[in-house]
Design a binder for this molecule. Structure first.
Ligand code: NHR
Ligand code: GAR
Length: 209
């Protein structure tokens, strides 16, 4: 399976994908922010990188069209949003329908969008986490592939909670890609994801402590 990974910043999820030594080819890493540390990390590993600066485009449609053209040069089987911070147009999402997944830092459908950790703390939830899902035009509402739950502690700050969730992200995103590359993910007609030949509760990771 050939993948293109989209990032916006640090790239720790990208790093987790690379460290997992998955049976996939990461053909390119693209960031909408030219200064993203994840680009440096990818370059060091000999992966083709591109910075496509969204501030240089007049609108989202033009930016996404350029992004699509860049991605399609690589003819990927899949595109992974790994900390990608720009909302994508319907045209983009439809072009990669069934070939686009995202790691989101909350237990969807709770807390779609940004600033998820601060919002989770403000609501007083006791369990938080992350979700890998197929991307659909409706933001953070696509078919759920896998989720990981982590406890929220009384003394958590958005940063301490984000760090706990991030460690969980680094486990479930490579796992989701492994399943995807093995052809085990089937989006059913009811919009739910079936994991072929699953032997239990593999699609839920529960972290205690
Ligand atoms: N696009 C679509 N159509 N559907 C999804 O499910 C998407 C998507 C684009 C990105 C990732 C998502 C996340 O996991 C994602 C899912 C960015 C924003 C956002 O508000 C929201 C959700 C996600 C990514 N971005 C602002 C924007 O104006 C910019 C915020 C910033 O730069 O800090 O694009 O959370
Ligand atoms: C991750 O927590 C990811 O879930 C989140 O940004 C972080 C990126 O970290 N994504 C979003 O918030 C998408 N809106 P990374 O660059 O180190 O992988």
């Amino acid at each position: 399976m050939k993948l293109v990974v989209l990032i916006s910043g640090r790239g720790s999820n990208l790093n987790a994908i690379l460290d997992a030594a998955l049976p996939v080819e990461i053909a390119a890493v693209i960031s909408n922010r030219p200064t993203a540390d994840g680009l440096t990390l990818a370059r060091r590993r000999g992966i083709a990188t591109h910075a496509l600066d969204h501030t240089q485009y007049p609108n989202r449609a033009d930016f996404d069209a350029a992004l699509m053209a860049l991605i399609d040069n690589y003819q990927p089987d899949g595109v992974v949003l790994a900390g990608y911070m720009r909302i994508l147009t319907d045209a983009f999402v439809e072009h990669y329908s069934g070939r686009l997944i995202n790691i989101h830092p909350s237990l969807l459908p709770s807390f779609p969008g940004i600033h998820t950790h601060a919002r989770a703390l403000a609501e007083g939830v006791r369990v938080h986490g992350c979700t890998v899902h197929f991307v659909t035009p409706q933001l953070d509402h696509g078919p759920i592939i896998v989720q990981a739950a982590v406890p929220v502690r009384a003394d958590d700050t958005p940063d301490s909670l984000a760090a706990r969730v991030l460690a969980a992200e680094h486990q479930v995103l490579p796992q989701a890609i492994r399943w995807w590359a093995a052809g085990r993910l089937v989006v059913q007609n009811d919009g739910r994801v079936n994991l072929r030949d699953a032997d239990g509760s593999e699609q839920a990771l529960l972290i205690y402590g």
